[in-house]
Design a protein around this ligand. Structure first.
Ligand code: MN
Length: 153
């Protein structure tokens, strides 16, 4: 690996040298809003990847679950996340563990962007979206219903 790839400079606004700003997911693949993706590490020698996701104010990631796990660190901004039956406000440098087959979603607050680092298995299964029945079961909890209806901004 040459020095050019070993060291990459940070730029302003949570961007990095030689890291492309990508769409979060393919359009229409799943519901999401105002979120971008940057892949920071995806070397074949690693069993994991490290990505940086950023949501504009009011943006949110897909509500999903899957067999693979995530390790998340909030890097900038404030917002709220859902992990399983838990709804929690999050702030810079908070850590969030997302276990396998656990519903999860991140929502930025209404004032500013929120960005987070997300570690994920290199080999991973496709995320599942909730069925209408699963969504109704989640919304049986008033705190989760309020979160999913976007009242935590
Ligand atoms: Mn996920």
């Amino acid at each position: 690996m040459d020095a050019k790839h070993i060291f990459r400079d940070a730029k302003d606004g949570c961007r990095w040298q030689d890291v492309d700003l990508l769409a979060y997911k393919e359009d229409g693949a799943a519901p999401f809003k105002a979120i971008t993706r940057q892949v920071l590490f995806a070397e074949p020698e690693l069993a994991c990847e490290l990505r940086y996701f950023e949501m504009a104010a009011g943006g949110y990631s897909t509500l999903e679950r899957h067999e693979h796990a995530h390790g998340v660190m909030i890097l900038r901004g404030h917002g709220t996340c859902l992990v399983g039956g838990h709804v929690r406000p999050v702030k810079p440098h908070d850590l969030v563990a997302i276990p396998p087959m656990t519903w999860h979603q991140f929502r930025a607050g209404g004032e500013a962007p929120m960005g987070f680092l997300c570690m994920v298995n290199a080999r991973r299964d496709k995320p599942q979206l909730p069925t209408a029945e699963e969504l109704a079961a989640l919304k049986a909890d008033p705190a989760i219903a309020a979160f999913l209806d976007g009242q935590f901004q």
